[in-house]
Design a protein around this ligand. Structure first.
Ligand code: ATP
Ligand code: MG
Length: 369
């Protein structure tokens, strides 16, 4: 068993609080992504798991062992960093073999482990090359190979793809998904790229300001965000958030009344200020009845158009429409939101979502688990 547990972990650097009340229960064999903006504490979390940093308080477990004070070499983990840090004077084969050599594993056992890792990562033809004779993606695979040969219980990956170009990243994403499926090992993967987290992970811990904001499946993170931060971090463009006022069965925005179904929301939702959230794919652009808006920008990406719209109070929101749709800058339109796709949040800075937790109409297909 190699589940990973963070229990009430706090981490301070001097007086600076890097992580607050970190609670994560990562299952054996699970692929978990730690996702969040720069400085939110992702690497610190991973480094504590690796033994490169120590918690100020709380408990970290791998399997049934508390590892708080255990030396990195005794934790049965392997870490892959953003920079591949391959030894330039060694061949691919020697680079992959290095962790075993360091542990005194010799001869046939070492050769076989290297061969197995090379096969898994399709590096067999490259074993005699030096790192500088490899592409970025191949170098990253060698770095993975070096982690693989150790056959650890848990893999830790800190932004391993961020040095690669877009095409190579998407290729390596697919490779990592396959690798995880084949190995069945627990993987903790740090990224600030939501696409990586959404496509690769079984569950995502969205972090912000040293706190986990939500730890859930990609589907739940997208369709049932816990708060305004998560709603505003996930999605390209992210969920629109519009200040309004709840009045009975309507949300009033700039004097316009938008109907909503109160039974879909928590009882504590009271009349008064509220933030309405709606994903760009559920903003319908029409004429006549609806929330008045002006088209400010229409960006055709080839298969769809992202429209920027300005509301009467000058708030800007986005809509996702089919590429063929013709809209002119300056055009006056009327917006309608599917009531089943409406989210409401407390009006505070990182307000909690107030929907009852039934899946709204807004469901995107996810990778089969
Ligand atoms: N050794 C340290 N001493 C002081 N502060 C630190 C130290 N290591 C990290 N921090 C601070 O802790 C916070 C979290 O850092 P961390 O490296 O975990 O962020 P991150 O989420 O990995 O960000 P990025 O996406 O930029 O890599 C940051 O504000 C950082 O400046
Ligand atoms: Mg980092």
């Amino acid at each position: 068993m190699a589940n990973v547990i963070f229990k009430d972990v706090h981490k301070r650097f001097g007086s600076f609080v890097a992580l607050e009340k970190l609670d994560l229960d990562i299952h054996d064999g699970e692929f978990v992504a730690l996702l969040g903006p720069s400085g939110c504490g992702k690497s610190t979390t991973l480094r504590m798991l690796a033994g490169l940093e120590f918690p100020t308080s709380g408990e970290i477990r791998i399997g049934d062992r508390v590892i708080n004070d255990l030396a990195p070499g005794k934790r049965d983990i392997a870490m892959v960093f953003q920079s591949y840090a391959l030894y330039p004077h060694m061949t691919v084969g020697e680079n992959i073999a290095y962790p075993l050599k360091k542990r005194g594993i010799k001869g046939k056992a070492r050769a076989e482990a290297v061969q197995k890792a090379a096969e898994l990562l399709q590096l067999e033809a490259l074993l005699d090359r030096k790192p500088k004779q490899l592409s970025g993606g191949q170098q990253q695979r060698v770095a993975l190979g070096r982690a693989l040969v150790r056959d650890p219980q848990v893999f830790l990956l800190d932004e391993p793809l961020s040095n690669l170009d877009a095409k190579l990243r998407s290729y390596m994403r697919a490779e990592l998904i396959e690798l995880h499926a084949r190995l069945g090992k627990t993987m903790v993967y740090v990224t600030h790229d939501q696409l990586e987290a959404m496509t690769m992970a079984n569950r995502i811990a969205v972090m912000h300001g040293g706190r986990v904001q939500q730890f859930d499946t990609p589907d739940a993170i997208y369709n049932r965000p816990a708060n305004r931060f998560v709603a505003g971090f996930i999605g390209t463009p992210p969920m629109n958030q519009i200040d309004g006022t709840a009045e009975g069965d309507h949300i009033v925005i700039s004097g316009h009344r938008i109907p909503f179904n109160r039974a879909d929301f928590v009882d504590s939702l009271a009349d008064g200020p509220v933030v309405l959230g709606v994903r760009p794919e559920f903003v319908a652009i029409g004429s006549g009845d609806g929330l008045p808006a002006t088209v400010r920008l229409a960006e055709n990406t080839g298969h769809e158009t992202i429209v920027t719209l300005e509301l009467p109070d000058q708030t800007r929101i986005s809509a996702r429409v089919e590429a063929a749709r013709k809209l002119d800058v300056g055009q006056k339109v009327a917006l309608r939101f599917d009531p089943a796709a409406i989210h409401l949040f407390e009006a505070s800075e990182n307000g909690t979502r107030l929907n009852l937790d039934e899946t709204p109409a807004a469901v995107i297909p996810m990778r089969a688990k």
